[in-house]
Design a protein around this ligand. Sequence first.
Ligand code: ZN
Ligand code: ZN
Length: 302
Amino acid sequence: MREERFKIERPPRLAFPVITGWRILDVFRNALLPSRCAGCNCWIPAVDPPRAFLQRIGPGAAGDGKSADAGQIQDAAETSLQDTGLLRLEAMLCGSCRKHLVLAEPPLCKVCGKMFKGRQGPDHRCGDCIRQPKQFTSARSAVLYTPGFREVVHRYKYRGKIQLAGPLGEILLAAFLRFWASGDMDVILPVPLHPKRFRQRGFNQAYLLMQHWKHFESSLAATSRVLVKTRATAPQTGLGKAQRRRNIRNAFAVLRPEAVRSRRILLVDDVYTTGATVNECARVLLKSGAEQVNVLTVARAV
Ligand SMILES: [Zn+2]
Ligand SMILES: [Zn+2]
């Protein structure tokens, strides 16, 4: 009983055995099986001290003998969840690719989640969202879509490196808990792929990321086959803002309107570039009676 309370009151202590086990494993892995970087594909010579862990779990958080209150426990749980994801991701990257892992942090655009260059002041709407109001209520991301991180996403999505789904799913969930409470959403939907694209790729990248959520939050379940893509569209890459909007227009449909009517929807995707895709999804969801649509992505274009 005493042991139980001890564990609950000081969750950050759990991080210590995790990191120790991780380091031991790394020593063996590096000696026997040098791995390739999930970003640039170079051979990773040795694993450096994990940056995310050292920065975020400081001496105070590592267990100072004092019991924490509920808020601190919640903060620590979110931080350690994020660290677990970042740590696992960093272990798959070389030193230079790790530098491209940048958290999306406030001040952000209240609507589209764009990270402002000035690092002071409150969140506010960006010029683009003022000029062109969005269908969704808010969009948030875990990290920035830096050139290095683009390689990671491409390896995951196009080269089938699905081992990345675990750590990417964890940083996605940590971002969700950073910006919302789990009770804020009624339905979670992945942005769908057209069946033809799904057959080519073999998996839906957003849905696969959320499969890793159930280890942490059993109340958050993703639902597929509610929102579907009915028209195969040309890739959005290389298109301008207006072209992207036209390209994706009327490409989605809601198969089961009763599943979204009067519900708060969380739409999940891998990358937010101009927001054309999620905005179009939000439009059809709202047309089918959704109360509001929010967007969560792993990465956000800078
Ligand atoms: Zn690399
Ligand atoms: Zn904006």
